[in-house]
Design a protein around this ligand. Structure first.
Ligand SMILES: Cc1ncc(COP(=O)(O)O)c(C=O)c1O
Length: 398
C-alpha cells in the first residue's frame, strides 16, 4: 500500500513468527504438527514468580510506574549484575522495558543517525537487521563461519569498521548458532574496538543462563576499554520461562540510559506493572528456580545432537548455549519429492512442514540460507518424533 511509510514497506516480517503462525494454523485445523520454531522455554513460569504477580494485582499495582521501571526492580537488576556478573551499575543506569527486544530497539534509536552503520555478525537473530533499519541505520552483516564456531574474528571486525560505523551487536550465547564468546575472545575484539572509540557495543545477553560451556558468562561490559561504550541487554524471558510477561532491561552509560528512558517515555511509558513485580521476584531468586530447566535443556541438547548427527548429509555444530541447533542442510538442495522441489532453506522448511509436519525456521531469516533453525525447547518425546519424521522426509528427497 503506497500510503504506508517507506520505513514499514522496507520491513521484513519476522521469519520465526511467520513459521510459528503457520504451524499454529495447521494445528488448529487438526493437523498433528510438531512446532520446533519456538524461541521460548516450554516450562511454566516458576511458582514463586507467579505468586508475586498475583500478590501485585491484589496489592493494587494498577497504575503507571516510573518510566524506567519500579525503583526496586532497577535496584534488583543492579544487584543481579553485581552478584552474577561482577558489574557495578547503580540503579540509575538501569532501565526496565517490555522485553530485551525493546531494549535493543531503544538502544539503536538512541545511538543511530540516518545512514549510520551497525555491524551484525551473521547468522544473526532475525530482529537485529530490521531494528537497525527502523532506526534509519544500515545493517552490515558480517558472515562468521561454522568452522570458527560462528564467532566474529578480530580481523574481520577491523576490516568491517568504516567512517559510518556506529555500533556492533554481539549476542552471546547466540540465537541461532549457539556460539558463546569466551572472555579472551571478547578481549581480542575489544582490542580492535579500542582503536575505534566511536563504535558502541550492544551486547544481547538474554541467553546468559542457557550456557553449556561450564565457564562463567563473559560480558563485554566487564572488559576495560569497551565497558563504557557497552549497552548490556538482558531480561527474564529465557532464564525464567517468562517470554509472555515481557520484561527486559538494559544497563549502560548514564546519558545513553537517559536517552533510552526518554524514548520509552514517549513510546510506551513503562513495561507492565504486574510483570515488573513478577520480574523482581524472579531476579531476587537468583538462579535457585532455574536449575531444573537448565538440566532439561542440557539433556535435550544431547538428544537432538545425537539425532541430527545421524541424518545423512546434515552438518551441525554442537551449540554452546541457547536452545537451538542450526544444521547445514544444503546437501538436500537441488533435490525434490513429488511436486516439492527444494532449492534453499525456505523451500526445505516448507517441505518439512508439508511432508513431515514439523515446523522449523529457514536459515535465510538469520542470514544463512544453507541452514534450518531447530529449537529444542520441546518435550523429549516430541523432539524424538520430530527428528524421526524429518529423517523420513529427507530420505524421500531425490
Ligand atoms: C537473541 C535474542 N534477543 C532478544 C530476544 C527477545 O527477548 P525478549 O523476550 O526479552 O524481548 C530474543 C527472543 O527470541 C532473542 O533470541
Amino acid at each position: 500500500m503506497e500510503q504506508l511509510s517507506a520505513r514499514v514497506r522496507g520491513l521484513s516480517p519476522s521469519g520465526t513468527i511467520a513459521m510459528n503462525q503457520r504451524a499454529r494454523a495447521l494445528r488448529e485445523s487438526g493437523v498433528d504438527v510438531i512446532d520446533l520454531t519456538v524461541g521460548e522455554p516450554d516450562f511454566p513460569t516458576p511458582q514463586a514468580v507467579r505468586e508475586a504477580a498475583k500478590a501485585a494485582i491484589d496489592e493494587g499495582h494498577n497504575r503507571y510506574t516510573p518510566v524506567a521501571g519500579y525503583n526496586d526492580l532497577r535496584e534488583a537488576v543492579s544487584r543481579k549484575l553485581a552478584r552474577e556478573n561482577g558489574l557495578s551499575y547503580p540503579a540509575a543506569r538501569v532501565m526496565a522495558s517490555a522485553g530485551a527486544k525493546q531494549c535493543v530497539s531503544n538502544a539503536l534509536l538512541a545511538l543511530v543517525d540516518p545512514g549510520d552503520e551497525v555491524i551484525v555478525p551473521s547468522p544473526h537473530w532475525v530482529s537485529y537487521t530490521e531494528l537497525v533499519k527502523l532506526a534509519d541505520g544500515r545493517p552490515v552483516s558480517l558472515p562468521t563461519l561454522a568452522s570458527e564456531g560462528y564467532k566474529l574474528r578480530p580481523e574481520a571486525l577491523e576490516s568491517a569498521i568504516g567512517e559510518r560505523t556506529k555500533a556492533l551487536i554481539l549476542c552471546s550465547p547466540c540465537n541461532p548458532t549457539g556460539a558463546v564468546y569466551s572472555r579472551a575472545e571478547l578481549e581480542a575484539l575489544a582490542l580492535v574496538l579500542e582503536r575505534h572509540p566511536r563504535v558502541w557495543v550492544i551486547s544481547d545477553e538474554v541467553y546468559e543462563h542457557i550456557d553449556y560451556t561450564g565457564l562463567p558468562h563473559a560480558s563485554p561490559a566487564s572488559i576495560a576499554g569497551i565497558a563504557e561504550r557497552t549497552v548490556l541487554v538482558n531480561g527474564v524471558s529465557k532464564a525464567y520461562a517468562m517470554t509472555g510477561w515481557r520484561i527486559g532491561y538494559l544497563a549502560g552509560a548514564a546519558p545513553l540510559v537517559k536517552a533510552c528512558i526518554d524514548l520509552q517515555g514517549q513510546m510506551t511509558t513503562n513495561a507492565s506493572s504486574i510483570a515488573q513485580r513478577a520480574a523482581l521476584a524472579a531476579l531476587e531468586s537468583g538462579t535457585a528456580l532455574i536449575g531444573g530447566m537448565q538440566a532439561a535443556f542440557r539433556r535435550r541438547r544431547e538428544l537432538v545432537m545425537g539425532l541430527a548427527r545421524a541424518l545423512p548429509g546434515v552438518e551441525t555444530l554442537e551449540p554452546q548455549g541457547a536452545f537451538y541447533i542450526f544444521p547445514d542442510m544444503s546437501a538436500y538442495f537441488g533435490k525434490s519429492a513429488g511436486r516439492s522441489a527444494v532449492r534453499g532453506s525456505s523451500e526445505l522448511a516448507e517441505y518439512l512442514l508439508e511432508d513431515a509436519r514439523v515446523a522449523t525456521v529457514p536459515g535465510s531469516a538469520f542470514g544463512d540460507d544453507r541452514c534450518l533453525r531447530i529449537s529444542f525447547a520441546s518435550a523429549d518425546e516430541r523432539l524424538q518424533a520430530a527428528l524421526g519424521r524429518i529423517g523420513e522426509s529427507l530420505a524421500r528427497l531425490r
